[in-house]
Design a protein around this ligand. Structure first.
Ligand code: PEP
Ligand code: MN
Length: 338
């Protein structure tokens, strides 16, 4: 795989894009420190070499990694995913994404939205289509849940993230959500990933229980290669021999990914730990390791939660935790809103 990179931003980009696309190549506009750059991807090395030789503004790049578009070798400035409510993931702000595992009732979502917003979160989470191990367990409220979540988010100025399990649901989820989440179980569902590459909304991609860091980047590459550059990676724990926690949080994934990719990296301590008592130390570790944000399950009444109550924080505990994270965040050069 080689890339032809136009280093002169803006120059005849639209026409060039058409020219390359009509020749059957994929083109991308990447925001780099030099401005937005037109990148053409293909495998016809000689043809590209000849083009680069006769066009000064173009340079041929042959990254030695398979995750070409996700790689720092093609883009060395961090990607910042911007959300309609003004929040960003990947910039100097520490993004706090919080809310219940599942949307249950309008009241529950209103309470959750109020609680997480007042503690400093900018994105409300909640599942409407749930990937449950058992087909007999609560499967989520579907579109009714999306409506409840959107209402609650609007009331408190929050953006919405929710999981998409089935590509048939992409259009309706796009109507209500600002970020589409791919759960750990679908991390390597390549046909879903390709469709999300064309959905026009940011995607948060969770690491699969058994995917390596390189495999996670290859999954992200499926989304990027369809033209969607707004991808956030999420470490949520992997399966190991250890049984003391639900999964093992791979904290080293944060600095390792940082060295490999320009994409934002967030950590979900809730699904890693499986118990609320470990959320704070794992969150602290994630922030210290350089994560761009946290995904935390918060429920107004964890004991009565229909899903993942054991690992959900009560609002008062969540708020106290965020207050303790604040000084640590500023030590590592991050701001927290509020
Ligand atoms: C979730 O975020 O609710 C979820 C199901 O997470 P994971 O895909 O990481 O298990
Ligand atoms: Mn959950």
């Amino acid at each position: 795989m080689v890339l032809l990179v136009n280093e002169k931003p803006g120059a005849e980009a639209a026409e060039r894009r058409k020219f390359f696309e009509s020749a059957g190549h994929r083109t991308y506009t990447l925001a780099t420190s030099r401005g937005s750059v037109l990148t053409v991807m293909g495998s016809r090395t000689e043809e590209f070499e000849a083009f680069a030789e006769s066009h000064d503004e173009y340079r041929l790049l042959a990254p030695d990694v398979p995750y070409v578009l996700a790689s720092r070798k093609i883009k060395d400035t961090p990607t910042v995913v911007r959300l309609p409510n003004g929040a960003a993931i990947g910039g100097s702000d520490l993004a706090i994404i919080a809310g219940p595992c599942s949307v249950e009732t309008e009241e529950q979502m209103m309470e959750a939205a109020h609680a997480v917003r007042s503690a400093g979160a900018t994105v409300l989470r909640g599942g409407a289509f749930k990937p449950r191990t058992s087909p007999y367990a609560f499967q989520g409220l579907g579109v009714t849940g999306l409506v409840m979540m959107r209402r609650a988010a609007e009331a408190y100025g929050l953006a919405v993230i929710t999981e998409v399990m089935d590509s048939d649901d992409i259009p309706v989820i796009c109507e209500y959500a600002d970020i589409l989440q791919v759960g750990a179980r679908n991390c390597q569902n390549f046909s879903l990933l390709k469709k999300l590459g064309r959905c026009g909304k940011p995607v948060l991609l969770k690491r699969g229980m058994m995917t390596s860091i390189e495999e996670l980047l290859m999954s992200a590459e499926y989304i990027l290669s369809e033209g969607n550059m707004d991808v956030v990676l999420c470490e949520r724990g992997i399966r190991t021999f250890e049984t003391a926690t639900r999964n093992t949080l791979d904290i080293s994934a944060v600095p390792v990914l940082r060295s490999m990719t320009h994409l934002p990296i967030v950590v979900d301590p809730s699904h890693a730990a499986g118990t609320w008592k470990l959320i704070e130390p794992l969150s602290m570790a994630a922030v210290a390791a350089g994560a761009d944000g946290l995904v935390v399950e918060v429920h107004p009444d964890p004991e009565r939660a229909l899903c993942d109550g054991k690992q959900s924080l009560r609002p008062d505990r969540f708020s106290a935790m965020i207050d303790r994270i604040r000084p640590l965040a500023s030590m590592v050069g991050r701001n927290l809103s509020l």
